[in-house]
Design a protein around this ligand. Structure first.
Ligand SMILES: [Zn+2]
Ligand SMILES: [Zn+2]
Length: 111
């Protein structure tokens, strides 16, 4: 069985503990940063004052396999992982209406 590897999308560190890596948990961030960040984006959108987010199901328990950078007005850029279906939603147009609300989402490579 291949050893599970996990690189945290937020801090960029590779998790050394195989058990934590399997859980997509980053020991440095002390968070499940490897899970799909759909809820994190939803929270950022709700903070802008929108009441509902059509076309953006959350929470999502999938593994985050794509790395995106979320930038908010007056907040530091945050690296998040998203599952492929949520990444597809962003590419299909969700990113542009989120952009209109002040959230910038850009795909980024794992570094
Ligand atoms: Zn981390
Ligand atoms: Zn997802």
């Amino acid at each position: 069985m291949p050893r599970e590897s996990f690189t945290c999308p937020r801090c960029g560190a590779a998790e050394a503990d195989p058990v934590l890596a399997t859980q997509r948990f980053c020991g440095i961030c002390q968070d499940f940063t490897g899970r799909c960040g759909a809820s994190l984006i939803a929270g950022a959108l709700l903070a802008t004052g929108v009441l509902e987010i059509p076309g953006w199901p959350y929470p999502c328990t999938s593994t985050g396999t794509e790395r995106w950078l979320l930038a908010r007005v007056a907040a530091a850029e945050t690296g998040i992982g998203l599952c492929a279906p949520h990444g597809d939603r962003l590419r299909a147009g969700a990113a542009s209406w989120m952009n209109a609300l002040g959230l910038t989402l850009n795909p980024a490579g794992w570094s």
